[in-house]
Design a protein around this ligand. Structure first.
Ligand SMILES: Nc1ncnc2c1ncn2[C@@H]1O[C@H](COP(=O)(O)OP(=O)(O)OP(=O)(O)O)[C@@H](O)[C@H]1O
Ligand SMILES: [Mg+2]
Length: 273
């Protein structure tokens, strides 16, 4: 019975990660940052990843997308549309990253290249992955600015990152991730550095991408309130391990793990309900 069930292919499945382990060689020896993580993401859904600092959230997704630093390595599998990203060559991974998979890095303030104009940073990815000419890429960039609710202005295209507010920079980061029509966006703490109003505007953009464009989203946050607002399912991490996972409603209303209960107790009462 089990094997029959296993053979039924879930056509909604976009990414399936099995037995993922991440290690780093350090001056003090080998450390394991991610321990036997299993997860899946269906097409068009939002998976929230929550956990304290150092719990392995970022390294889980760095390992899947080939972004671990040079002292890091991993094993396990990460099947993205029938293709194992873990055993793939670096070149093959790069083909997926930026095109089918967009990554929004943890710090929007430093993730943009300071000396490059915004228009060039947006266009670069489409000239690289989709072989567009500079003018075609710029045209696409203007359309993408619309999606992230920024003005399609020459002024913005010609500005440098330091001329933009934190919220605008984060919108540009989202815009870059959208340039090659990704199927999955991994957003690492996309609202942490922002004020509450801007945070809510950015979360609305993710909601539009997911509900309106059918893009799957992984939203990483240490803030369970952000996850509650956006995610269909949630995975709670602690010390490199998954301590709890399930539908956001189930995990938030009847948490099983002590650490999840602790995280929930940290939400101020005026944000509940
Ligand atoms: N290059 C590295 N060398 C050694 N250890 C590392 C390296 N990069 C990350 N780590 C360790 O891996 C563990 C998991 O880190 P990770 O970046 O995934 O945490 P996180 O859950 O994303 O935390 P945060 O919320 O602070 O971003 C941490 O203990 C971290 O110190
Ligand atoms: Mg992190």
């Amino acid at each position: 019975m089990q094997s029959i069930q296993k053979n039924i292919k879930n056509s909604d499945l976009l990414l399936e990660v099995n037995n993922l382990n991440v290690f780093f060689d350090t001056a003090d020896g080998k450390i394991q940052a991610v321990k036997d993580v299993n997860l899946f993401i269906n097409k068009g859904e939002c998976l929230g990843i929550v956990g304290e600092s150092g719990s392995g959230k970022t390294q889980t997704f760095f390992s899947i997308t080939g972004l671990l630093s040079s002292n890091g390595y991993c094993n396990g599998s990460a099947i993205f549309k029938d293709f194992d990203l873990i055993s793939a060559s670096e070149d093959k991974k790069r083909e997926y990253l930026g095109k089918s998979i967009g990554f929004i890095f943890q710090d929007p303030m430093t993730s943009l290249t300071p000396h490059m104009k915004i228009g060039e940073q947006l266009s670069e990815i489409a000239t690289f992955h989709d072989n567009l000419s500079k003018s075609e890429a710029l045209k696409r960039a203007l359309n993408v600015l619309d999606i992230v609710k920024l003005p399609k202005s020459r002024n913005l295209i010609n500005s440098y990152p330091h001329e933009l507010s934190g919220g605008m920079k984060q919108r540009i980061m989202i815009a870059i991730s959208l340039m090659c029509s990704p199927e999955l966006i991994i957003a690492d703490e996309p609202t942490t550095a922002l004020d509450v109003t801007t945070q809510s505007e950015i979360l609305n953009i993710f909601n539009d991408l997911q509900k309106g464009m059918g893009i799957s989203i992984v939203l990483i946050s240490h803030n369970i309130g952000v996850i509650a607002e956006t995610s269909d399912r949630v995975m709670v991490m602690k010390g490199g391990k998954v301590v709890e996972k399930g539908s956001t409603f189930d995990v938030l209303t009847s948490p099983k793990d002590e650490y999840t209960k602790h995280l929930l107790s940290c939400i101020p009462p005026w944000l509940e309900g």
